[in-house]
Ligand binder design. Structure first.
Ligand SMILES: [Zn+2]
Length: 322
């Protein structure tokens, strides 16, 4: 589908009715035309209700929203599309308060759930990317402000996050970052780090790690893990935490950006939902050079994958939705 990134105004004109959104979603879901999910027949009747189609062969009825994050939503697609557009083109993310105003939805929870469904879709989309070659690894601690900046494993009430950034080196030896992944982990043990690396660096159905070298600050878990997996380990020596910016530049830069965003538009987030904010930051980082098709790509991400439910998002536990 030919699509150029368009201005806010053009976007609003293009999607100024529910019917236009339904039509667009139809083309995103069935780019080759309608396919019945049961019998693969390609002819259908349009049911009077918006976005509902009936297979002419087996009479199966299918909604254009089924299996997407829009399934059973009461919010019009127009508002969803707007939220997705804003999240897609923003460099830092959008705040709930902004979206309450722009979408004219008063209920905080409704928008909060919508945004998290989009974040979940971003995370699932990025889970397909594999890291290869040299990967810079570092762990960081997210949590209450009081101990912000203090580097150390096991600080109480902090959530440990493992950051992995793949690195390309050109002929002149100049490095540039490739894909980034950030994962909430229970601990920074060799076993845990190894499991994350397996998830990030092994193609499905294969066993061979695509990562052949890691760079870290030399915490013993990294050394042990590298030895276990028989990959090279470039251990940098951090005499002071300030040196991390030079010696582990890519993970360091990524973490600074994420922390700035979490302090800014989101004003801090709870540990329970941190992973989805990290997924959003990675999604954005991994597409930083793509300045077109961002809306289309994110809309597509929202139609594939396994949508997270409102109940799961708001489910029991600490009840916090920040
Ligand atoms: Zn059918």
């Amino acid at each position: 589908m030919a699509y150029q990134e368009i201005s806010l105004l053009e976007f609003q004109n293009q999607f100024d009715s529910e019917d236009k959104c339904v039509e667009y979603l139809f083309r995103v879901r069935w780019p080759e035309g309608f396919r019945c999910p049961l019998c693969h027949h390609d002819r259908y009747y349009t049911i009077a209700r918006r976005g509902l189609y009936e297979c002419q062969a087996c009479r199966h009825q299918v909604s254009v929203r089924a299996g997407t994050i829009f399934h059973r939503t009461k919010v019009p697609l127009r508002k969803w599309f707007w939220l997705i557009y804003r999240m897609a083109i923003s460099k830092t993310g959008v705040s709930i308060a902004e979206m309450q105003r722009e979408l004219q939805i008063r209920d905080y929870k409704t928008i909060w759930v919508m945004a998290h469904k989009v974040r979940e879709a971003m995370g699932q989309r990025d889970a397909r990317y594999r890291l290869a070659g040299l990967v810079e690894l570092d762990e960081s601690f997210f949590g209450p402000k009081s101990r912000e900046g203090k580097r150390g494993r096991g600080s109480e009430r902090k959530t440990t996050v493992l950051i992995a950034v793949s690195i390309y080196t050109n002929k002149e030896g100049i490095e540039s970052p490739g894909f980034a992944h950030a994962q909430v982990v229970t601990d920074a043990s060799a076993e845990t780090i190894g499991q994350v690396l397996d998830r990030l660096g092994v193609e499905e159905g294969d066993k061979k790690l695509l990562i052949n070298k890691i760079r870290s600050h030399g915490w013993k878990s990294y050394g042990k893990m590298a030895k276990d997996k028989d990959i090279a380990h470039h251990r940098v020596v951090l005499i002071s935490p300030k040196m991390a910016g030079h010696l582990l530049p890519w993970t360091h830069r990524f973490v600074s950006n994420v922390k700035a965003v979490l302090r800014g538009p989101h004003r801090g987030v709870s540990a329970k939902h941190l992973q989805r904010y990290l997924s959003e930051a990675c999604y954005r980082f991994n597409r930083r050079y793509w300045d077109h098709e961002l809306f289309n790509r994110l809309l597509f991400a929202c139609t594939v994958g396994v949508p997270i439910t409102r109940d799961k998002l708001l489910g029991s536990g600490n009840g916090s939705i920040s």
